[in-house]
Design a protein around this ligand. Structure first.
Ligand code: NAP
Length: 321
């Protein structure tokens, strides 16, 4: 264990007198999402103690140096020991092994949650390692940027964003309520749905768009007739937006596609059919089909702005200057 020296009150600190929802919160992984949680939990005084586990000594030192946690551990089980809330904040592909490692130290009454971008695989990989008397409530905050690491997080990341909870059947309502209270206090809005439905919705709203971005940027970089320097020099707004998405963390996104395979393939099938229809419209000069679709899609963008999930000038979830 590495412990932080006593520190002066930081700007993240809760107002004096705030009542914590949890005694010890253990964040397993402290990158963009884990560190944003640490900052928001501190700012709102939602825990008496925040600790973390991370793979590299560099990340563990950064978490301490930034004043995000009281202690940091290499071993997730040491971080989870004595915690009444453990949140897995590492790539989804690591969850099974982490759950196996922490299973034996979890205390009765503790809540285990996560922030993973897929949910069916999390229930499959983590569920079997949760001992009786411990509550398992998976969650997914629909908030993020293309950046990674403990320095990239910020306390306002979850403000006004949705956090979807996917409690398995028979989950303890009190535990769901407590986790919900945490996300609400961090500024999020909370919805509850089953894991399968979550994975289908997110496949079309997040996973397939990322795949398209990775693919289009990959295609552009493989072209023979257009040089890479021309792609960079003449990158228009549309391509630039794709490159932002395609700059997202490779490990995280590899794990998402491997763990939401069925829903992504289902949505990709629909996408390919619609793309073929557009291809046909262009080939046959069918302007009406193109115009009608583009009018419909413009309205969807307006709907997202009106729902407060985007501003007319795109902010992509970044912190305000
Ligand atoms: P990140 O910035 O890359 O941070 C990942 C963290 O996990 C790092 O602290 C890393 O430690 C740690 N880690 C990796 N492997 C580990 C292991 N085996 N044991 C313990 N810690 C390990 O990632 P992120 O963007 O915060 O994403 C974390 C999770 O949030 C993912 O499951 C992702 O699906 C989900 N999520 C992400 C977004 C987003 O937009 N980024 C949005 C919603 C949900 P080291 O630095 O030492 O490797």
């Amino acid at each position: 264990m590495t412990q932080a020296p006593p520190r002066p009150r930081s700007p993240f600190e809760a107002p004096f007198g705030a009542i914590p929802l949890f005694r010890r919160v253990a964040l397993i992984g402290i990158g963009l999402i884990g560190s944003s949680m640490a900052r928001a939990i501190r700012a709102q005084g939602l825990a008496t103690e925040i600790v973390c586990a991370a793979r590299s000594a560099e990340t563990r030192a950064a978490a301490l140096g930034l004043g995000l946690v009281e202690s940091s551990y290499e071993d997730p089980a040491e971080a989870a020991s004595g915690a009444d809330l453990v949140v897995l904040c590492s790539p989804v592909g690591t969850y099974g092994a982490i759950a196996q490692a922490i299973g034996k130290v979890l205390e009765p009454g503790a809540i285990v949650s996560d922030v993973g971008s897929v949910k069916g695989a999390v229930v499959r990989d983590v569920g079997p390692h949760i001992p009786a008397g411990v509550h398992f409530v998976p969650a997914h905050p629909i908030a993020g940027t293309e950046e990674s690491g403990p320095a990239s997080g910020f306390a306002e990341l979850f403000q006004n964003r949705w956090c979807i909870l996917t409690p398995p059947e028979g989950a303890d309502p009190g535990a769901v309520e407590r986790l919900s209270a945490l996300w609400l206090a961090m500024g999020a809005r909370v919805d509850v749905m089953d894991a399968e439905h979550h994975d289908l919705v997110l496949a079309i709203t997040s996973h397939v768009p990322h795949l398209i971005a990775y693919n289009i940027v990959g295609t552009a970089s493989d072209l023979e007739q257009v040089t890479q320097s021309e792609v960079v020099k003449y990158s228009a707004g549309g391509f630039r937006d794709f490159t932002r998405i395609a700059a997202s963390d490779p490990t995280m996104w590899r794990d998402i596609f491997l763990n939401n395979r069925d829903a992504v393939l289902e949505m990709l099938g629909r996408f390919s059919e619609d793309l073929t229809a557009l291809q046909r419209a262009i080939r046959w000069g069918d302007g009406d089909t193109l115009f009608n679709l583009f009018t419909r899609t413009r309205a969807i963008r307006r709907g997202i702005v009106e729902a407060g999930q985007e501003t007319p000038a795109p902010d992509f979830g970044r912190r305000k200057a």
